[in-house]
Design a protein around this ligand. Structure first.
Ligand code: HEC
Length: 102
């Protein structure tokens, strides 16, 4: 029983590390031109987004900036409408949230 628990823990660490990696890959592929992790770029930094939004809000914005920008307090939206897969969306959201408090 103990072995199984340890094995599960080790495996979930692997999965976790892989997802963090994917998050970074998604960031480099789709967001890097406009967002930086901690510096203001064309769009706000992930540190700032993570400190004021929930994961659900972050996902909603990525899925549809055009229908969310007013709720988020912007006068207009210039963020591109992206078409991420479910797992890319999960990975990038976790990646952004990991910048909370950094
Ligand atoms: C063409 C430039 C551009 C790209 C590409 C882009 N963004 Fe944005 N993003 C912006 C700008 C500018 C804003 C500010 C509001 C707006 O214009 O929609 C923004 C706003 C956001 C917000 C809401 C910020 C808040 O106030 O909380 C989130 C979340 C976000 N972007 C995530 C992403 C993620 C994740 C990616 C990549 C998958 C991405 N963006 C790609 C330019 C971009």
């Amino acid at each position: 029983m103990k072995r199984v628990l340890i094995l599960t823990a080790v495996l979930s660490l692997f999965v976790y590390a892989k997802e963090a990696q994917n998050g970074e890959a998604v960031f480099k592929k789709y967001c890097w031109g406009c967002h930086h992790q901690s510096a203001m770029a064309f769009g706000p930094p992930f540190t700032q987004i993570a400190s004021k939004r929930t994961p659900a809000q972050i996902k909603a914005y990525i899925l549809s900036p055009k229908s969310m920008y007013k709720t988020f307090g912007y006068k207009r939206s210039v963020m591109t409408q992206l078409h991420l897969s479910r797992s890319e969306l999960d990975a990038i959201t976790r990646y952004i949230v990991s910048y909370k408090g950094k």
